[in-house]
Write a protein that binds this ligand. Sequence first.
Ligand code: COS
Length: 388
Amino acid sequence: MALDTETFELLLATVQRFVRERLVPAENYLEEHDKVPADIIDDMKEMGLFGLTVPEEHGGIGLSVSQEIQVNYELGRTAPAFRSVFGTNIGIGSQGILIDGTPEQKAEYLPKVASGELIMSFALTEPDAGTDAASLKTRAVLDGEHYVLSGTKRFITNAPRAGAFTLMARTGGPGASGISAFIVPADTPGLTLGKKDKKMGQRGTMTCDVILENACVPAVNIIGGVPGQGFKTAMKVLDRGRLNISAVSCGAASRILDEATAYARERKQFGKAIGEFQLIQAMLADSQAELLAGWSLVQEVARRFDNKPAHVSDPDLSMRVSCAKLFATEMVGRVADRGVQIHGGAGYINEYVVERFYRDVRLLRLYEGTTQVQQIIIGRELLRQGGQ
Ligand code: COS
């Protein structure tokens, strides 16, 4: 599944222009008002951004993973909240249906996701189950043709915008095999939202708790129709999500580096531009080398992704995705830190772009699996392969 090269190049150029001409100028508004302007969301729908990864047969554009990461690189060059409007929707919010859903589930939900009519959000994390996702406690008890869900989901991105959730709950015993993935409409009686979380950065993104108190969901809403497969579905979804976070990290690093380079050319100290000092050049050089290394890695993993069917899990590929997420998200943290350093005191002042990016990119090392989770996945898989 991929868009033909010529059409994709046009789409990418349109996204680049949209980022440069519409999103970057709106960054200050976003930071000040903590909200993505409605006319920008309308433009996103019109451009087809809500359907980027949904297959054409379900009304989307059907990008391959290699194409999707390029779009995400471009979107990484602006505030992450813009991508979050549709990124979680076509990404972790609805990928579970795309990867493991029944034909009926795909036909019912994906066209609405592609048009932007339905926003979907991914609900795995709980107050006591973050990194240890397989220990989640939200219960789903079968009652005739329905499951009754009770529990709390935490830090759920886009929950206030969501029309439905891909929500993991326990239908069986302890551990991963007792978990099922449900499609839960946001208007289900018994489902309420907590107060909006106040975050360090990424203003304009919306996260909050999703609380379920005897929320009744039809049994046919289990993704794939078979209970006990939800943890695996969630992990497959996160494999693709983590690669996209890696691409966003590279895009963000390129923007920060552009800002730092421009500042180094303009800012004068000791009678010349600070960029003429080799200590400043060293920081720029390290950032450029690390960015290129990260982006090459992300593209290489994306190519492998495109060579396998989406529903098939491949531990070696998951390990490579974790390498990309670990490297790219840590890399952008270092690039942002150097960006602030090159700006000197100005880098700590809110009106400079690097200050905002420094806060925004901090989350990339946390969500969709911390750096330490990626290390666990890589380490375990290496040991499993036995050094061959
Ligand atoms: N694709 C498909 N299946 C996978 C998979 C993947 N990427 N990763 C694991 N599985 C399968 C395993 O093969 C195993 O199946 P079997 O029991 O049939 O062998 C099952 O899922 C359980 O896997 P595992 O034993 O590795 O589970 P753990 O409880 O040890 O969990 C970690 C491992 C820590 C890696 C996992 O819980 C994790 O990724 N945690 C972080 C969660 C996260 O990213 N949260 C962010 C929320 S979204 S912002």
